[in-house]
Design a protein around this ligand. Structure first.
Ligand code: ADP
Length: 384
């Protein structure tokens, strides 16, 4: 497989460039705007929205296999292409149970994997007893198209739930059944693991990491996470069960909660490369982007071990509306020993937008030190 089509042209596609060059793979990207990060690295571009399946047909004519950096596609329309012989990796049947968060929770539960208690909202008036059973706070989530915490709301009481649902259903032209409700997990930490599955069914997992979110958006990642050998084994088993059951080819990101009494629960599955695996670009022999390309192209999977004792990754999130490229902050951060900046080349900054990230390689596994380093990067990046 030498020509890979990528649906979505954001930073996740952009970060596949080095691996594509290494393997002599041609990347053809389907993305709506000429300002999207991957436009600068793609050999060919189909300018169209990611859910435009007729554009994906054009994309298919230009490549041997199609993969995703954005999963908000129109699966029904893509299935017609798959029936005509277009090769999607991961396969569309593996995406089907994941794109709706309620279906995803049901799929994980039916596999016997641990998940928070949850239910779909059919009609608000019918859920009072169920909500009382979960107890406040509860978490309200849009079933579809949520990312970076958009569409995830922590709700403290029934009046706020009613208010939020009526507001969201008005602005989104959706209705109550577009949401699910779940138990709020008072987690001790959030964890994540990246796992890849090859065409032959071999699975490779990356070190389990700790992720830290603020306002539901990932701010920093510490690799490896401080967990027990049993928790590590449990998380690796979750990854194997999931990827084997879905029979996927490619990289998956799995987000987890670790509770105060040491219980692991699955929060969310991303059927693609994931923010929690960005550290692998600098800290592992095979980055998640190279691994994904290897899997999708039918190549053997590479070594996913850390090449250093530890690493910390900090997202550089937009905090204002601007066209600045933040040269001086970037230069200051670059002076930190063992720091590697990845700047996505977005022409517009908006609050919360992922503009780049920094990974610092560390020579010991000291969580406090990693957090302190992340804080010093953030104090350079964010204005006081
Ligand atoms: P998104 O798809 O937008 O990333 P997530 O479902 O992953 O949304 O939620 C984003 C963040 O919100 C999580 O990383 C976590 O910090 C918080 N969160 C989500 N679900 C729960 C929950 N059930 N209990 C506690 N916190 C949660």
């Amino acid at each position: 497989m030498k020509r890979v089509g990528v649906i979505g042209g954001g930073q996740l596609a952009w970060m596949m460039a080095d691996a594509a060059e290494k393997f002599g793979v041609k990347l053809v990207v389907q993305t709506p705007s000429e300002n999207d990060p991957a436009v600068s690295i793609a050999q060919e571009i189909v300018f169209a929205a990611v859910d435009d399946a007729s554009a994906t047909k054009t994309l298919a004519n230009k490549c041997d296999v199609i993969t995703f950096e954005n999963e908000f596609v129109n699966l029904d329309a893509l299935s017609d292409l798959a029936h005509q012989g277009v090769c999607f990796r991961p396969r569309l049947e593996a995406l089907a149970p994941l794109l709706d968060k309620y279906h995803q929770r049901c799929y994980l539960r039916d596999l016997g994997l641990p998940v928070p208690q949850f239910f779909a909202i059919e009609q608000l008036k019918n859920i009072k007893s169920k909500v009382e059973y979960l107890g406040f706070p509860v978490v309200l989530k849009s079933r579809r198209h949520g990312y970076d915490g958009q569409g995830t709301f922590i709700i403290q009481d029934f009046a706020s739930l009613e208010e939020k649902l009526s507001y969201e259903t008005t602005i989104q032209t959706s209705n109550e059944s577009s949401f699910l409700l779940e138990e709020f997990i008072p987690f001790d930490r959030e964890l994540a693991v990246i796992a890849a599955r090859s065409v032959e069914g071999k699975i490779v997992t990356y070190p389990v990491v700790e992720t830290q979110q603020e306002q539901q958006v990932c701010r920093r990642v510490i690799a490896p996470a401080e967990i027990t050998p049993n928790q590590l084994a449990e998380i690796q088993a979750i990854a194997h069960t999931l990827l084997n059951s879905l029979e996927v080819v490619g990289i998956f990101g799995i987000e987890l909660f670790l509770t105060a009494n040491g219980k692991v629960l699955v929060n969310e599955i991303a059927p693609r490369t994931h923010n929690s695996g960005h550290f692998s670009l600098d800290a592992c022999e095979t980055s998640q982007f190279e691994q994904h390309l290897r899997a999708v192209c039918g190549l053997p999977l590479g070594n996913s071990d850390l090449q250093c004792a530890a690493a910390v990754m900090v997202n550089l999130l937009g905090y204002e509306n601007s066209h600045s490229d933040y040269q001086s902050q970037r230069q200051q951060i670059a002076k930190i020993p063992q720091a590697n900046i990845h700047w996505y080349g977005k022409t517009e900054s908006r609050p919360g937008r992922k503009l780049g990230h920094v990974t610092v390689l560390l020579d010991n596994q000291n969580r406090d030190l990693a957090i302190a380093l992340a804080q010093s990067i953030e104090s350079i990046w964010y204005p006081r």
